[in-house]
Design a protein around this ligand. Sequence first.
Ligand SMILES: Cc1cc2nc3c(=O)[nH]c(=O)nc-3n(C[C@H](O)[C@H](O)[C@H](O)COP(=O)(O)OP(=O)(O)OC[C@H]3O[C@@H](n4cnc5c(N)ncnc54)[C@H](O)[C@@H]3O)c2cc1C
Length: 410
Amino acid sequence: MDRFEVSKILKYANENLIPVTGWGSGSSLEGNPIPVKAGIVLDFSQMNKILCVREEDFQTDVEPGVIYQNLNEKLKYKGLFFPPDPGAQATIGGMIANNASGTKTVHYGSTKDYILRLSVALANGEIIETGTRASKTSSGYDLIHLFVGSEGTLGMVVEATLRLVGLPAEFSAAIVTFSSVEAAGKAVFEIIRSGLDPAALELLAPDCIELINQEQNLGLSVSPTLFMEYHGPTKNQLAEVIEIVQEICKEEGCEEFRPGLGWAERDRLFKARHELAEMIIRKHPGCLMMVIDVAVPITSYPEMIAFARKESEKTGIPRYIFSHAGDGNLHLVFMGKKGEESEWEIIDHVNQRIVSKALAMGGTATGEHGVGIGKRKFMEAEHGGSLKWMKGIKSLFDPNGILNPGKIFP
Ligand SMILES: Cc1cc2nc3c(=O)[nH]c(=O)nc-3n(C[C@H](O)[C@H](O)[C@H](O)COP(=O)(O)OP(=O)(O)OC[C@H]3O[C@@H](n4cnc5c(N)ncnc54)[C@H](O)[C@@H]3O)c2cc1C
């Protein structure tokens, strides 16, 4: 498939009112690429060429089916990387459509911060180019950021120019344990407040650590744990940063502060963190996973995490808390038994309570997984009067409603 075929398919589908849904790797967690109204699924996985890397400009042009890990594998030999890292084998097209984030977002930002230019095939088959290869612009409406996060409901991305960054000269990584998830959450807030700018700041509850130890034999202390990483120009500068971080963690009552992890250990930890969802699934055969994904302002993060812990604990259903803590982004994973209606009602109730709490704190119903099917019911509460303007934009780009119908809007 190439961009012209995508265009022809869309034109035909639009004239014949056939739904069209984009598909990257299918790793979304809110049912985003599921063709709920049937029709055509456009699988972009074979449109996977890295068209060029302009290393001096810190840019690359890619097709939408490129897997971000494959891109980074190629870029590392040029001392560059594309920072958003959702963990699963995600495509650039799927990341753009969901505005994906990852462990490094606290420092580097999310996918939206790395899109300079897009080629998009619209519902009527027209292909438009939007954006620029300049590193900044104030020219007209910002269509790029309409397409980013639109989950394939406004157009199909057929090419993207991505901004890249240089690999850090030095890094420093540490593992810190606490007596409670709340204390760890408070340390996160204090670290961010102090302007220490971690490159990654992940929180894992003890049951996650236990699972990682079982599966990967890492011998970590089974306590609420922060994995953290800092990037900088010299070892000396990072040593000073780590010293301040240690003081903050001590003040918040940390149990163990283990700095100075080498490449191998740091990579093993983050690999385990990325594989956590698969470990949880393996641990609970016969169960289905539900990931609650909310984000709140960092000042509210300690309260949010305490609330999620209490709400989920009383259900008695297996559940795991882990979190891109530095962004105030919480994941609560429930493993409910297949077909056990009563369990799913409880999970749904907790989901409602946690999302409502996040919204009441000025947060969002979805930090990074998108709206898809699962979060549609919260759109009215989150966006109020703006929702009708979103619907207006949708009908402008897709008047016949053929693009990924049944998503985003309640
Ligand atoms: C184990 C695991 C861990 C995860 N961790 C994270 C995480 O840390 N952070 C995070 O943000 N997400 C995470 N995710 C969710 C998921 O990986 C991301 O949302 C990812 O961006 C989806 O990419 P994909 O290629 O799988 O897209 P898909 O799931 O195939 O599609 C995503 C959306 O994009 C649309 N789409 C696909 N291609 C195009 C295109 N070319 N043009 C327009 N629309 C298109 C689809 O219709 C759909 O709406 C995780 C998922 C798993 C399974």
